[in-house]
Design a protein around this ligand. Sequence first.
Ligand SMILES: [Zn+2]
Length: 131
Amino acid sequence: MSDDEDAPSRSVEDRLRELAARMPWTNPSAPSLYIGGGWIDIVARCHADLTTIDPDHTVTQVKQKFAELRYYATPSANLAPRALHGFGSRIRLAEIEASLACERCGRRGRLRNLEWLGVWCDEHVPHPDGS
Ligand SMILES: [Zn+2]
């Protein structure tokens, strides 16, 4: 049996880099993806669906702010009204999903107000001593 079977999966940094490389940044030289590992799948699914709805959209920034996912994307100019509505709704869905998902691991979490706001599961709540 090889040791690889127990090797941790790819690092959060690698997964973020891979996702960022696939996204249509408004400024391709400055991808701006600042989220925890627990939200990567949420953003990746949103990106895939937005690409289906509007292949020519661009993304300015995706980040966590005050414990919420902020997904700043611009639809293409010629998008039909119905698709435009779907575009906005899909982003809102990702924001709602993130509000229920631990930033660290993606499991069910809840909003907590420590010294800063965040969404964490019971296991990943930061401790007051910084651990
Ligand atoms: Zn967690």
